[in-house]
Ligand binder design. Structure first.
Ligand SMILES: Nc1nc2c(ncn2[C@@H]2O[C@H](COP(=O)(O)OP(=O)(O)O)[C@@H](O)[C@H]2O)c(=O)[nH]1
Ligand SMILES: [Mg+2]
Length: 271
């Protein structure tokens, strides 16, 4: 399942509707899960919208790749123009996150919980930067500079990632006394609530442990949780999030003139 994240009014439901339109057009009762309501104000979406989008099979996974004959042959959902089969994938449009959602603001915890089943996330960004962090339109001045309170998409990227980190951090700190007492296995059990295999958690733990040994000469740090501080736990969670929820960016509202400069900033800031 692909989870759409982003601040309110970034364009998540618009993205969702465009990506799932094929299923509604086909009027196939097994794949029609309904469209999402779009509106330029926060919290149009409260319960998540679920629908199917079509994605090409990963490169080199399809024997008929670059097949140039009948592209409908042998595939239920058609093929892209390289002959790769299109595969239905569940897409979930959750409500917009607002700053401090992890503390329950704007029903934030529920929205974060709705993401738990996602394999990957798509962060829909308002590339135009014409709204504040809560999705309220602030517009642009006559000279093209963003209006007061506007949030740059790089700022949105940072605070939304921070929301995800603080969400996990708060959940883990809630049980920290027990985790410290019971050690690594209890911590691993806490992470297992986010829908990945134990092997993933183990890989992340091993990597962070190796890092702490090399960078700070702390041996087997995961067996010494009583020595951990908030920074250590944030580092572990950040590493876990990167592996557990790979994130693609969708730079939306590119049609608005202010977007061009912001997209350049993003390209310069990200590797
Ligand atoms: N100019 C422009 N407006 C857009 C674009 N995508 C969405 N919108 C508008 O932005 C508003 C919020 O969109 P919506 O999909 O409801 O955002 P959500 O809160 O993230 O689900 C709506 O009025 C959309 O019509 C876009 O690419 N360009
Ligand atoms: Mg929405």
């Amino acid at each position: 399942m692909i989870g759409l994240v982003g601040k309110p009014s970034a364009g998540k439901s618009t993205f969702f509707n465009a990506a799932t339109a094929f299923a509604r057009q086909r009027d196939d009762s097994e794949t029609v899960l309904g469209g999402a309501t779009m509106a330029p104000h926060p919290f149009t979406t409260i319960d998540p919208n679920n629908g199917f989008c079509l994605l090409p099979a990963p490169q080199d996974s399809c024997p008929e790749e670059d097949y140039e004959g009948d592209l409908t042959f042998g595939s239920t959902h058609g093929r892209n123009n390289h002959g790769r089969r299109l595969i239905p994938m569940l897409l979930r449009d959750v409500a917009g996150l607002v700053p401090n959602a992890y503390q329950g603001r704007g029903r934030g915890n529920k929205f974060l919980h709705d993401l738990t089943g996602a394999d990957v996330l798509v962060h829909v960004l308002d590339a135009s930067g014409t709204a504040d962090s809560e999705g309220n339109t602030v517009g642009v001045e006559a000279d093209g500079t963003p209006g007061a309170g506007a949030s740059h998409p790089l700022h949105d990227l940072a605070w939304i990632r921070n929301e995800l980190i603080e969400w996990l951090y708060t959940n883990i700190m809630f049980k920290w006394d027990t985790i410290q007492r019971k050690g690594r296995s209890k911590l691993s059990l806490m992470f297992s609530g986010y829908g990945q295999t134990e092997a993933v958690t183990r890989t992340v733990f091993d990597e962070v442990e190796r890092f702490l040994e090399e960078a700070e000469h702390r041996e087997r740090a995961l067996d010494r949780l009583e020595q951990w501080d908030a920074g250590d736990l944030h580092r572990l969670i950040s590493a876990f999030l990167g592996v557990r929820f790979p994130m693609a960016l969708a730079l939306n509202k590119y049609d608005l003139t202010s977007a061009k400069r912001n997209v350049e900033d993003i390209l310069n800031a990200l590797p």
